[in-house]
Design a protein around this ligand. Structure first.
Ligand SMILES: Cc1cc2nc3c(=O)[nH]c(=O)nc-3n(C[C@H](O)[C@H](O)[C@H](O)COP(=O)(O)OP(=O)(O)OC[C@H]3O[C@@H](n4cnc5c(N)ncnc54)[C@H](O)[C@@H]3O)c2cc1C
Length: 444
């Protein structure tokens, strides 16, 4: 019998879950070959990234090697360069050290996720921090510590204020959780910085729409909003960022219902852009039919006009005739993954495929100071209990016991000790960052 070749592209939540499910279905079937391709050799647990940025969790603890999660599949750590659905093959990037490879398939699962969407704002893209990768979280942590170190000895109040102003753009999961974590870290770190007062710290969230955390119940949103404000975070709604030159953030009102000037400047060196995602270039440039960059699928998660090719997770959406589009989340990616694997099993066995049905399990978000909001089984929970639900839910989602234990220990250790303010040994664009403080001052 000719072997059936299943190829999964992307080692995120969708790709890994799908590969694991396929391994389970075909564990003793040697006529099925499963291959997983991803440009990193690990699964990154993104919901915990903001806590890496604040130093609560060690970076290594939120990544799990693909080889430990998917033991049957052949794994390629490589970037996908091209998908050819007519010739039924995928080409992997070649570099001087890495041989370019062409992989043929019978069934393909595209789970390439998304990248940050800057909406064409080139300056923002150039100067801002993002929150998508482990390197992003570490760069941001380093930046926050750098700003504290500079501000501690700064005598010019204007410069000090700019150093201690941190702007987070985007009121979704990533933006809110990042702002909450930054705020906690900054306040806790003040034990070490005696010349910086609580009032000197300024964390601002900028959101283009009229509310934060879309998709949550109104009461929960109100709680999160008020709690963040109480913790000292400013929230500017109906506001968009139009420019950032590395020292000044230009903002505009997205509606003209208020009296705010058409353009206002916030002085800050640190802008975190968590305002939107867009699928990766390779998908936008593919022959597949897309909307907002996402591949359009039918109810079986199969790509329109290409039988045997499935698109799942952040990079996919249903066609407009199917009223089943939900915000891109890890939970949705997981549900997609399960169905795509099941439908491939059905196709290989000559059985009927199943349509997608989403069994939404609720959602939760953390907002800083061991507080959160949770919407579970109809219950609306806030505060410490919601924070506990969040940590337990996400711990249970970590597929690796060792990492689960390490994260749990990190959280507990954090309860009893001061923040670690040592900066990791790399700096981002060091010359550019210190342009303003380039002149040498006589300190003594
Ligand atoms: C900071 C942050 C916090 C979040 N918090 C939550 C939360 O609390 N709850 C929640 O449900 N969701 C949350 N999300 C969203 C969640 O992470 C995504 O919805 C989920 O990761 C989508 O899974 P995916 O597999 O589709 O994409 P991804 O997880 O992005 O995986 C895509 C994979 O494809 C790989 N890849 C991309 N391009 C290529 C290429 N050319 N070649 C090879 N490999 C490639 C990537 O390296 C990656 O491994 C958060 C996201 C962020 C960034």
């Amino acid at each position: 019998m000719v072997k059936k070749r299943i190829l999964v592209l992307g080692g995120g939540f969708a790709g890994v879950d799908c590969t694991r499910k396929l391994e389970h279905y075909f564990q003793s079937n040697y006529d099925v070959e499963i291959t997983l391709v991803s440009d990193d050799n690990f699964l990154l647990f993104t919901p915990m990234l903001p806590q890496v940025a604040s130093g609560t969790i060690m970076p290594r603890h939120i990544v799990m090697p693909l080889r430990s999660l998917c033991e049957k599949a052949r794994i390629y750590e490589s970037a996908v360069r091209d998908i050819d659905p007519i010739g039924k093959h995928v080409t992997l990037e070649g570099t001087p050290e890495k041989r370019g490879v062409r992989i043929h398939y019978d069934y393909l699962i595209i789970a390439l996720g998304s990248e940050t969407n800057f909406f064409g704002l080139k300056n923002v893209e150039k100067h801002s921090f993002t929150m998508k990768t482990l390197a992003d979280a570490l760069s941001l942590r380093n930046r926050i510590i750098d700003m504290l170190e500079q501000a501690e000895n700064e005598i010019n109040e204007e410069i000090k204020q700019r150093l201690l102003t941190f702007v987070v753009v985007g009121g979704g999961f990533a933006g809110i959780e990042t702002a909450g974590e930054i705020n906690d870290f900054l306040h806790d770190a003040l034990n070490y910085y005696h010349n910086i007062k609580t009032d000197d710290i300024n964390v601002v969230i900028i959101e283009a729409t009229s509310g934060i955390l879309p998709g949550f119940n109104k009461k929960l949103i109100e709680y999160a909003h008020n709690k963040l404000k109480k913790n000292g975070v400013k929230i500017l709604l109906d506001t968009v960022v139009s420019d950032f030159d590395g020292g000044n953030v230009t903002i505009n009102k997205s509606t003209n219902t208020t009296s705010m000037k058409s353009e206002t400047i916030i002085s800050s060196h640190t802008l975190v852009w968590a305002a939107g995602i867009t699928p990766v270039e390779i998908i936008k440039n593919s022959v597949f039919k897309t909307k907002k960059g996402q591949i359009i699928t039918n109810e079986f998660l199969e790509v329109e006009n290409f039988s045997g090719i499935f698109a799942i997770g952040d990079c996919s959406r249903f066609s407009d005739t199917i009223n089943k589009n939900y915000p891109p989340t890890a939970q949705l990616a997981e549900a997609h993954a399960k169905l795509a694997a099941y439908n491939i099993k059905q196709m290989i066995n000559g059985n009927d495929k199943k349509k997608f049905e989403y069994n939404w399990k609720g959602q939760s978000a953390i907002i800083g100071k061991r507080s959160g909001i949770a919407d579970v089984m109809g219950g609306k929970i806030t505060g410490f209990l919601a924070w506990l639900i969040w940590i337990n839910y996400y711990l249970s989602k970590m597929p690796n016991f060792e990492k689960r234990l390490r994260v749990w220990l990190d959280w507990n250790i954090d309860l009893f000790f001061r923040r670690d303010i040592s900066r990791y040994g790399f700096k981002r664009n060091i010359l550019k960052e210190y342009q303003e403080l380039d002149e040498v001052d006589d300190v003594w």
